[in-house]
Design a protein around this ligand. Structure first.
Ligand SMILES: *Cc1c(COP(=O)(O)O)cnc(C)c1O
Length: 379
């Protein structure tokens, strides 16, 4: 059996350190926020090349509070992409603002900067590019358009811990960056977690208040806030794991390089990587028009796979009220119908990559022959 992700293998490799860190929090009874969270905020901010990190309970809350800190609310519009996890769009919805979509670049699966300007209206307040699968969006043109129109840029970096764009870290390029520490993410808590990264002391102050009931000091509630605090145990676990993140990221990149090499010449489209980025391979997705067949066949051979994501957000029933129709974002819709995520985690071995790639190649071969036969008969 080759799992899609293997959290147990990673725990085994750091068990003693994690166990001691968790017990320490319990012994000190620092269950929410506290010294481990404060230290982790500093360390993760430094890792992201920013001044400030504000720990929160989930990546969704990070996005929600970043939007509120930017002053986004009812009557405003926020531009993002439909090919993302639903949370990006839900966070916009929570503020009362209207999510507005632009299509993705079909090669990178991230926001197409060329489609951005046409979506801007006098109600637009912010833009959320999503660094999907661990590859940053094309940030320079996005930031330039945002500057021209006076818009706030919030990076959805929930899949992109340590990713880089022209040498700049994910979460350091926009006004704010939002990270998730959901267990399956590249840096995962042993529970839920999230963080906002920023260089702005003002946004930092506002988000620190909003995550803890809008309080400036205890019982002095100056804003209508939330209980979005990061737990002490998660801070302690994340501090241990952060030390290994670079090594784990390199292991993911090595596994991706194995897949690229082993699938070359098979006709299977492998991930396109921009030359100016460091891709951190939260997801390694190939494309196929026979996805269900492939997924079933792989599972029959003991290989798990995933789909990120089968329905673009503009076509989800939950967001029918936005009034979008099929056909409006063709690149997002095509990607959603074709992507198939192969097993990807730092402990994945070369032998496992070989087994997966061999199975995928075998699935691709008959389809290609069918295409060749069709071409011959058409000629
Ligand atoms: C995981 C994820 C989120 C939400 O993070 P949670 O911690 O699960 O709330 C938001 N956006 C993207 C792109 C994600 O992958």
């Amino acid at each position: 059996m080759i799992p899609f992700v293997d959290l147990k293998a990673q725990y085994r490799s750091i068990k003693d350190e994690v166990d001691a860190a968790v017990l320490g929090v319990i012994e000190r009874c620092e269950f929410t926020l506290g010294s481990e969270v404060a230290a982790f905020e500093k360390e993760f901010a430094a890792y992201c090349q920013v001044e400030h990190g504000i720990g929160v309970n989930t990546g969704t809350s990070a996005l929600h509070l970043a939007l509120l800190a930017a002053g986004v609310g009812a009557g405003d519009e926020v531009i993002t992409v439909p090919f993302t996890f639903v949370a990006t769009v839900s966070a916009i919805d929570y503020t009362g603002a209207k999510p507005v979509f632009v299509d993705i670049d079909p090669k990178t699966f991230t926001m197409d900067p060329n489609a951005l300007e046409a979506a801007i209206t006098d109600k637009t307040k912010a833009i959320i590019p999503v660094h999907l699968y661990g590859q940053t969006a094309d940030m320079d043109p996005i930031l330039e358009i945002a500057r021209k129109h006076g818009l706030v840029v919030i990076e959805d970096a929930c899949q992109a811990h340590g990713a880089e764009y022209k040498g700049r870290r994910a979460g350091s390029m926009g006004d704010m960056g939002c990270f998730s520490f959901y267990p399956g993410k590249n840096l995962g808590a042993y529970g839920e977690g999230g963080m906002v990264t920023t260089n702005s002391p003002e946004f930092t102050k506002t988000i620190r208040m909003l995550r803890d009931w809008g309080a400036e000091k205890k019982y002095q509630h100056v804003l209508k806030g939330f209980n979005f605090r990061l737990e002490g145990i998660q801070g302690a676990v994340l501090r241990v794991k952060l030390k290994y993140l670079e090594a784990w990221t390199e292991a993911r990149r090595t596994a991706a390089a194995h897949y690229d090499r082993l699938l070359a010449g098979s006709g299977v489209p492998t991930p396109y990587v921009r030359p100016d980025v460091r891709h951190v391979y939260h997801i390694y997705a190939v494309r196929t028009q026979h996805r269900q067949t492939w997924q079933d066949a792989l599972l029959a051979q003991g290989i798990q796979s995933g789909i990120h994501y089968p329905t673009p957000v503009h076509l989800l029933p939950a967001f029918a009220d936005l009034g979008y129709r099929a056909g409006q974002f063709p690149h997002a819709e095509k990607a959603a119908s074709e992507v198939l995520s192969l097993p990807m985690f730092p402990e994945l071995t070369q032998a496992q990559c070989e087994q997966v790639a061999q199975a995928v190649r075998a699935l691709a071969a008959p389809a290609e022959q069918a295409v060749d036969a069709a071409a011959v008969s058409a000629a």
